[in-house]
Design a binder for this molecule. Structure first.
Ligand SMILES: Cc1cc2nc3c(=O)[nH]c(=O)nc-3n(C[C@H](O)[C@H](O)[C@H](O)COP(=O)(O)O)c2cc1C
Length: 325
């Protein structure tokens, strides 16, 4: 099975991707958090650095684009080709209110005709310009009702999409409500493009469960994409593959290297601490009974306070056999 690291805004930028790869190799593709393609005709400084080939050596990175405008999308594909990327992912899954209100991300799924026009214009132009990156899509099932997926997949099937990642929730679910395995299967079985499964794989046993559910129904995905599960347990893919559980020493080295990488990328101690606290919100689930120590990490105002609170947590807490749900 191939494993992909999901795009996660503000989390899976290049400092995390490179750190993760150095400690826990075995990810076939890392997706960038979405980059906005808009009338500005350029990426922000942060976005530009995130897809700068110099910051992404030795790992397979796929830039993800969020836009509602086919001209902007084609511009972004060309910009990624110039940087040497072989695949560009189009975001049709983001459920956030502001994105959806502008008809982007999963907001596109509300209007299948507009989605079709977008894809037709984009793919025609990409072919005309002979742009080389493959185009993959990351999608939800729909806006309100998983049944919407059947119309959406008819649209996707008209275009040469290299891979279709399906997160089996609708927009209104946000990240709540259980993932809908039946609806995933219904959409996946109709897809002409190879399908990637994504959603709620937090433990090796979740992976085994979803794989046997799909296999029993005659479907094997092309790959599995993991998001929050990997932020919580960076060694999750190793465990899925039968390898050893993450150790405290590995967590300690991982967070140290991650912090140093953020310190190079982000100016200002506070901003680096913010990133590390965000990571600890996930990593904390590795350590049962760690709430009071995590609280100290969240309260840290300086690097010294942060380092000392991390040390206290690591000296007082052990890693659980499996991460909490
Ligand atoms: C904080 C956060 C940021 C996210 N950012 C993006 C994003 O930039 N692009 C995208 O396609 N999905 C984004 N997602 C969705 C994830 O890629 C993934 O589909 C979702 O978390 C479900 O997978 P998981 O259960 O393995 O985490 C984000 C999710 C979270 C929680």
């Amino acid at each position: 099975m191939k494993f992909y690291y999901a795009p996660m805004e503000s989390i899976t930028g290049y400092p995390l991707r490179n750190t993760h790869h150095a400690f826990f190799p075995g990810i076939d593709k890392y997706y960038t958090p979405f980059l906005s393609a808009n009338e500005a005709g350029r990426f922000t400084g942060r976005e530009g650095r995130d897809v700068d080939p110099a910051n992404n050596t030795g790992i397979n990175v796929v830039p993800q684009i969020l836009t509602g405008n086919p001209e902007h999308f084609v511009w972004a594909v060309e910009a990624m080709e110039q940087r040497g990327y072989r695949e560009v992912n189009f975001n049709l899954g983001c459920p956030s209110g502001t994105v959806v209100a502008k008809g982007k991300g999963s907001g596109f799924l509300r209007d299948p005709d507009r989605l079709n026009d977008f894809l037709e214009t984009s793919f025609t132009e990409i072919e005309k310009l002979r742009l080389t990156p493959e185009i993959s899509i990351k999608t939800r099932l729909g806006i309100q009702d998983p049944g919407e997926a059947l119309e959406i997949i008819r649209i996707y099937n008209q275009y040469p999409i290299s891979e279709l990642t399906i997160h089996p929730r609708v927009q209104k679910d946000m990240y709540r409500n259980p993932v809908n395995h039946d609806a995933f299967l219904a959409m996946a079985l109709k897809s002409k493009a190879p399908v990637v499964y994504n959603g709620d794989i937090n433990r090796a046993s979740d992976y085994q469960h979803i794989m046997s559910y799909l296999k029993d129904r005659g479907f094997i995905p092309e790959a599995v994409m993991l998001g929050r599960g990997l932020v919580r347990n960076p060694a999750l893919v190793r465990e899925i593959n039968g390898g050893k559980r993450i150790t405290k020493e590995e967590v300690s080295q991982y967070v140290r290297t991650l912090r140093l990488s953020y310190e190079k990328e982000i100016p200002g101690e506070k901003n680096v601490l913010f990133k590390m606290k965000e990571n600890w919100n996930y990593l904390g689930t590795l350590f049962p009974e760690s709430d009071r120590y995590l609280k100290e990490i969240r309260k840290a105002k300086t690097r010294a306070e942060y380092l000392s609170s991390v040390n206290v947590l690591l000296s007082n807490c052990d890693i659980a056999c499996e991460v909490k749900k």
